[in-house]
Design a protein around this ligand. Sequence first.
Ligand code: NAG
Ligand code: NAG
Ligand code: NAG
Ligand code: NAG
Ligand code: NAG
Length: 945
Amino acid sequence: MADTSHGPASFWTQANALLRKNLTFQKRNFRSNIRLVTFPFVLCLLLLIIQILVNKELDKPSNKCGCTCIDTNGDGKCEEVCGIQYSTLDQVATCPIPSPPQWPPLLQIPAPEYRAVQTDFISYADLPNESCKRTGSCPVTILLTGKNQTLGQSLGANMIPSSLTLNSSDLLYSLANDVLGSASKPQLTNFLDPAFFSNLPVYYLQPQCASNSTFSVSFPIGSALSEQEINCVQGLHLWRNSPSEINDELYKGYWKGNPERKINEIIAGYDFLNTDATNFNVSIWYNSTYKNDSGGSPLALTRVPRSVNLASNAYLQFLLGAGTKMLFEFVKEMPKPETELRLDFSSLLGPLFFTWVILQLFPVVLSSLVYEKQQRLRIMMKMHGLGDGPYWMISYAYFLLLSAIYMLVFVIFGSLIGLKFFSLNDYSIQFIFYFFYINLQVSLAFLAAALFSNVKTATVLGYITVFGTGLLGGFLFQFFLQDSSFPRGWITVLELYPGFSLYRGLYEFAQYAFAGDYMGTDGMRWKDLSDSSNGMKEVLIIMSIEWLVILFVAFYVDQVVSSGKSPIFFLHNFRKKPSSSFRRPSLQRQGSRVFVDMEKPDVLQEREKVEQLLLESSSSYAIMADNLKKVYPGRDGNPEKFAVRGLSLALPRGECFGMLGPNGAGKTSFISMMIGLTKPSSGTGYVQGLDIRSQMNSIYTSMGVCPQHNLLWETLTGREHLLFYGRLKNLKGAALTQAVEESLKGVNLFYGGVADKQAGKYSGGMKRRLSVAISLIGDPKVVYMDEPSTGLDPASRNSLWNVVKRAKQDRAIILTTHSMEEAEHLCDRLGIFVDGSLQCIGNPKELKARYGGSYVFTMTTSANHEEEVVKLVRDLSPNANRIYQISGTQKFELPKYEVKIADVFQAVENAKSRFTVNAWGLADTTLEDVFIKVARGAQAFNVLS
Ligand SMILES: *[C@@H]1O[C@H](CO)[C@@H](O)[C@H](O)[C@H]1NC(C)=O
Ligand SMILES: *[C@@H]1O[C@H](CO)[C@@H](O)[C@H](O)[C@H]1NC(C)=O
Ligand SMILES: *[C@@H]1O[C@H](CO)[C@@H](O)[C@H](O)[C@H]1NC(C)=O
Ligand SMILES: *[C@@H]1O[C@H](CO)[C@@H](O)[C@H](O)[C@H]1NC(C)=O
Ligand SMILES: *[C@@H]1O[C@H](CO)[C@@H](O)[C@H](O)[C@H]1NC(C)=O
């Protein structure tokens, strides 16, 4: 065996051990990993297929630049002709437009009902009377200001021509002399200016309108014509003394609570500043929010160029006379090639699908954490020295890595098959978003794992969460997002639920990808984070804060729930440590006196030994239990249960102590306290001089446990188990290999490839032997074995015994068992434990002598000779006691001091001559007899008391 020179394993050694174990474990879970990774592939492919189908539909001729059937040459048959003029409006969007039509430039004219008039709060005398609104004949207004009023007024007058120039043979050129405008809302492009297609009139501005002032004009669009009326509207140019007056006038209609919303809209406001004959300086107010809300885009064009041209034209005329003109002849869109209709379906369905894909990791991490908890592997690892720090770090890093790889595969695959969702949005934003989210998700899984103790429940609830969150996100949360009347504050509140913040983020990516694909621009870029409608920034902030908070809470809850610390454990470090003496206040000791007095002398002696040792604070004893008690509080009307009633015990190194006792006597409760699974109700224990109440973490590094139920990973092999626990015990390199091999050989698991079979496939006996090997690996100083040999065949049991015997040399072993043979074979001392307290303690021979003291004589005859047998026994030993009788077979206890074995043989020989003796026997008391006697006695006593 390796000697004791290796100390406790360092943080990194433990982390390394755990990491290797996890990797092996994951390798074994190959198939479920493959399933996990295929899920995003399948979803991405599904999206791709849907996208291809959608594209196919969009590419149908009916969605392509219009071709239609028209009878062009009047022969009664129609010919197919193509081109923009034959397209339905749906088709036009895709048509090539090599030479877009030219339109006369327009001013944005307020609709009649909104034009500026005198009101009770705007009372300029030069504004028209409100009555014009009834007839719809209100003039439109241009406001002017500047340093020089004379100049400004004359510029204003120059802006509005007093006659209409209209020459249909050169329409655009002639209209450039006029000032046209429309109340229609502009659109995204100028391919078709809505002014020439809407039923709203096109206006021309005049200082004064004549009575017959409506003309009909045909505007050419490509080769077709659009008939449009142009109406006269009176244009006013009004002087205001300062820019602030104009500001007042423009915004006054907007005061809150204005019941009729008497909005005073103007065409434009011009501030000529310091303009004079040598310097032209102007700033223009215009309404930038003109856009068509029903179907319009926020990026609609505004009709500003004409108002700029108006000002410069007026200035030119002021400088050079009325004949000078700088004509603004037409506006025209850029030529456009044929385009395809595109609908990025992946972006529409994306948020729902991808929420599922990403959330799917949650149950995986959760179930894996809960598995270790349910199988009590976490505690098993802890008992063999794995600290919370390495456990957390490695587990966290491990699941983070798993998630990261998964996300990477997902994003790369999605990009490769060309999903716009991934390829259009900035990858660095995606990276940050996914990184924050998977961190949040892993922390959340850690927190949730503390609340579950069953893998099935956790997995089922996990998947319900996944699908529920996706559906709620897709059909409720998204609805809220799109409803602009839903309070934004509530959306933020909803986003506190991580599933929804994930959904929101994906939704934003999808929106940007969709718009980008539709308009042929980029998706989300960093600068877009400052968009007010973009929730990404908010989501990133929420997720990063939540991540840290949840991580902290998860760690805290884990400390409280699984490590059994008190909910305010972190305060303990700040409290003053009690002076570390072994002696407790004498007050406490008084309570136990009554009980102590009734103890058997041997038990009392052990108690006194412990007290003596504590005073000396000697640590040569490996294990000491000092009046250890465990009381389970009463529940549901049941009284309190005393599982352990004041146990005192001292074990030197090299001793194996056997605990015997009927089921439910409290042996396991005692061991649970000693290995830190439960806290003692009072009293304490010391392992190598360390207190089990406060120094359990140090104790774990020199402790080995073979629990009653095998705590093994189903998918790891025996060798891998031993390697893992060996590393935890700071074995390295050759020493580790050697220790593992010896250990495997010792428990007879080495040959025949057994060591490399998965533990899940082991028989019960093999698992048992592996558990024993685990408890002994790495040379622990203190070993607890809870019924190590149950379920073993005699051969394995013997080899196991040899292992334990060898192991006993330098360590203290506490062993519970139901096999008297085992106890006798292995243990130096035995204690019989009944109903929470030790009834006797001593080495097997002593016990037998003390409680035995008699032979057992058995004789079988025919039933009618029973009396004679009784008489024979009475003759041998007057105090004999019949303990068993059934159809001719009888058992007697013969006190040793009364009988000589030779006499017994003599008597039997004599008897044989008188009647037929079928069988007979004489036996010394066994440990079993002692056990039964002690257990019965104690129980009888307890029933009486
Ligand atoms: C204002 O402009 C007019 C016309 O150009 C000019 O005659 C006059 O001197 C200017 N007034 C001032 C104060 O500059
Ligand atoms: C209309 O325009 C044409 C072509 O420029 C010109 O020949 C004609 O004289 C114009 N008519 C009037 C009334 O100005
Ligand atoms: C806004 O656009 C819709 C459809 O594009 C159109 O029917 C409507 O007349 C437009 N409204 C104005 C004020 O231009
Ligand atoms: C600007 O245009 C919008 C949209 O037509 C309109 O609702 C608003 O009243 C206008 N504002 C001003 C000051 O004219
Ligand atoms: C134009 O007017 C602005 C505002 O009054 C002024 O700051 C600027 O210097 C002027 N520009 C010139 C060339 O006079």
